[in-house]
Design a binder for this molecule. Structure first.
Ligand SMILES: Cc1ncc(C[n+]2csc(CCOP(=O)(O)OP(=O)(O)O)c2C)c(N)n1
Ligand code: SF4
Length: 317
């Protein structure tokens, strides 16, 4: 029998501040998991450090709360070790686009079948409101002494440029819309990214619900079709998605780009190592009674095509 969204919640006390946008993201995630009827044991949420990093504690699926900025490489290892798992990353803008920016780019170009959810509150919430990489130039939020002197990273444009094959933007307080984006992102085969605009009432007194109500609009209502129906139209769709991402007078909500034609990392590995989908690293026994099961013969059998004979160096004359 299908589980309710409540069954995807743990009983751990949620200690986010009152009015935090993270509550909306949590509701959208549990609702999406319930509607997709995902098995909690084979669904994994991976997070870094930050207020957003607490998400795996509150969702009743498998989870890892790892180091600041390192959620993506952890998730990548989990997915590659066991490609049957559904893997979702949750991180803040400092976590994913500051210290973790290199991993964020690498995930896109690898097109691993993982969903990355950015809790984009434009500040470092957990460490008391410093400017994050998504805070626009010249903005002074209440914990800053001076207006921000850095220019902002545009998460949607960066994801498009990095090669993510599903790129969307949601809003934490429109739970229904965000839930639909999450379902689409999780179902997408390849690297999926959702930039979630998230009010932080404690430290960001500029980008408030009122601000987002005024500045956002829905791409669906503009009739934008983000899906690449055949590979030949990818360039044109990507170019238009970029133009939408770079708008700053208004912020679009919805799917910017969806390309199902690029092979995933897992598919490319499978085409090189034929046994990979059948015997992935996490599902194959590696030792019995303390002895390795991978004999030299078995190793050679698996990797024969890739072994290079190393000849001993000729003694110097
Ligand atoms: C290597 C390392 N550097 C710095 C920190 C301190 N630190 C903890 S959370 C955080 C930033 C949190 O901001 P963000 O990632 O935007 O998440 P939020 O709390 O806003 O959800 C920082 C710098 C740390 N824990 N580890
Ligand atoms: S500091 Fe901001 S992001 Fe963190 S829990 Fe409080 S409101 Fe939410």
């Amino acid at each position: 029998m299908a589980r309710s969204s409540q069954e995807y919640r743990t009983s751990i006390w949620v200690d986010w501040c009152p009015g935090c946008g993270n509550y909306g993201i949590l509701s959208a995630v549990t609702q999406a998991l319930a509607e997709l009827e995902l098995d909690p044991r084979s669904t994994v949420i991976v997070s870094g450090i930050g207020c957003s990093g607490k998400t795996p504690h509150f969702v009743n699926v498998s989870g890892v709360h790892t180091l600041h900025g390192r959620a993506i490489p952890f998730a990548l290892g989990i997915k590659l070790a066991n490609p049957d798992l559904t893997v979702i990353v949750h991180g803040g803008d400092g976590d994913l686009l500051g210290i973790g920016a290199g991993h964020f780019v690498a995930m896109g170009r690898r097109n691993v079948d993982i969903t990355v959810v950015l809790h984009d509150n434009r500040v470092y919430g957990l460490t008391k409101g410093q400017a994050s990489p998504t805070l626009p130039y010249g903005v002074k939020t209440k914990a800053l002494v001076h207006p921000n002197i850095h220019y902002a990273v545009n998460p949607v444009a960066l994801a498009l440029a990095s090669g993510y094959t599903f790129v969307a933007r949601g809003y934490a307080l429109d739970v229904k819309h965000l839930k639909e984006l999450l379902k689409r992102a999780i179902r997408h085969k390849g690297a999926a990214f959702i930039d979630v605009l998230q009010p932080c009432p404690t430290f960001n007194d500029v980008h408030t619900p009122d601000y987002y109500r005024k500045i956002t609009y829905y791409l669906d209502e503009r009739g934008w079709d983000p899906t690449v129906r055949e590979p030949a139209e990818a360039g044109e769709k990507l170019e238009h998605a970029f133009r939408l991402a770079l708008e700053d007078e208004r912020l679009a909500l919805g799917v910017f780009y969806e390309n199902p034609h690029i092979p995933t990392f897992e598919e490319r590995i499978s085409s090189m190592v034929a046994v990979y989908p059948r015997i992935s690293p996490a599902t194959s026994p590696v030792e019995r009674e303390g002895r390795s099961l991978l004999s030299a013969e078995a190793f050679e059998e698996l990797f024969r095509d890739y072994l290079i004979e190393v000849k001993p160096r000729e003694p110097a004359a």
